[in-house]
Design a protein. Structure first.
Length: 333
């Protein structure tokens, strides 16, 4: 191959013979004068359609090879030919870019949630139990006070919860815990171990036990669908998959540390919330209770949040409470 060699200290150019050697060297011959460099030490410009191949040499020299196709072919061509094809066929480049964006979008939107769902199902019960109990212990240290509900009232609500579990529960073990919390206000939430926490403030806000049953059924729905664990895994994909594969209880504590963040940010997806709502509607319909009981309580929780900005609530990532009330009313027979 013929080329033009430019020195770093002169604008003059010389015609030279260029060869790419099997040893991985670039050889330039000017009569009897022969120079050679390792290809790895050179900067080879990307292939541009219709222009010579350009090689930047050590110490500022420059080599141009007129037969660019032959030069890049001699290099082995792979990456250069690909870049050249994209430059010559801009439509192909746009398609590749669109496909790349689409793959990333699919992975974030569907791939990670799917992996989280599978991982949550694969995790041993011991991991769910550890994550739930460690998460609650962390929240007890910083967010909760002991309940002030009377023992008799607690017993009534335990019976109500048992009835909800009898309709909706799966093989998980369920526990209802009571807590007082100004930070959470009127609230309820479910942990991976099957623990459902109900705050004193929500008990006080409810008009009747049917409304509380609706909320408890909603939270049991979160347990049945393993929403808390799936959300934790989505927030920490690598740690979640390691725990799912190995069942390592030590690594599971890393997931438990994320429980307060998930709950304080109310970061369940809207799809998760709608699934949990369906569980609540199923319970209410089974027991012949007006499905609007759930929506009406959520509206009051929404109003309470408006009066107390900064509180974590059941509604931060839920579909709008009045929208859900309309859905609940539509479910009436």
């Amino acid at each position: 191959m013929r080329g033009l060699l430019y020195s770093s200290d002169s604008s003059a150019r010389r015609e030279v013979d260029v060869a790419v050697l099997p040893t991985g060297n670039l050889q330039v011959r000017d009569g009897r004068d022969v120079q050679s460099w390792l290809l790895a030490d050179l900067t080879i410009e990307p292939r541009l359609a219709g222009v010579p191949a350009v090689v930047m040499l050590p110490e500022g020299g420059r080599l141009e090879v007129a037969d660019a196709d032959a030069f890049y072919a001699a290099l082995g061509g792979g990456r250069m030919r690909w870049l050249h094809a994209l430059e010559e066929h801009w439509a192909l480049a746009l398609v590749c870019a669109a496909v790349s964006v689409g793959v990333v979008f699919w992975f974030v939107t569907y791939g990670i949630p799917l992996a989280a769902r599978v991982a949550a199902e694969l995790m041993p019960d011991e991991v769910h139990d550890l994550v739930g109990r460690e998460g609650l212990a962390a929240m007890d240290r910083y967010l909760f006070e002991p309940t002030e509900l009377a023992i008799g009232r607690q017993a009534e609500l335990q019976l109500l919860f048992a009835d909800v579990v009898s309709v909706l529960g799966n093989e998980d073990e369920y526990e209802l815990r009571f807590r007082d919390s100004d930070a959470f206000g009127p609230n309820a939430f479910a942990l991976p171990s099957g623990i459902v926490v109900l705050t004193d403030e929500l008990v006080a806000l409810a008009d009747d036990d049917d409304e509380l049953a609706a909320v408890l059924a909603h939270e049991v729905g979160h347990v049945v669908h393993r929403h808390a664990m799936r959300q934790l895994i989505q927030n920490s994909v690598a740690a979640g998959l390691i725990v799912a594969v190995t069942g390592d209880l030590g690594s599971a504590t890393n997931l438990a540390a994320g429980i307060p963040t998930v709950l304080l940010n109310a970061s369940y997806s809207r799809d998760f919330e709608r699934e949990a709502d369906e569980s609540a509607f199923l319970y209410l319909e089974t027991r012949g209770i007006d499905t609007a009981e759930l929506g009406e309580l959520l509206v009051r929780i929404d109003e309470d949040a408006g009066r107390n900005p900064g509180r974590a609530t059941l509604l931060d990532s839920h579909p709008a409470s009045r929208e859900r009330l309309e859905v609940a009313r539509e479910r009436r027979p």
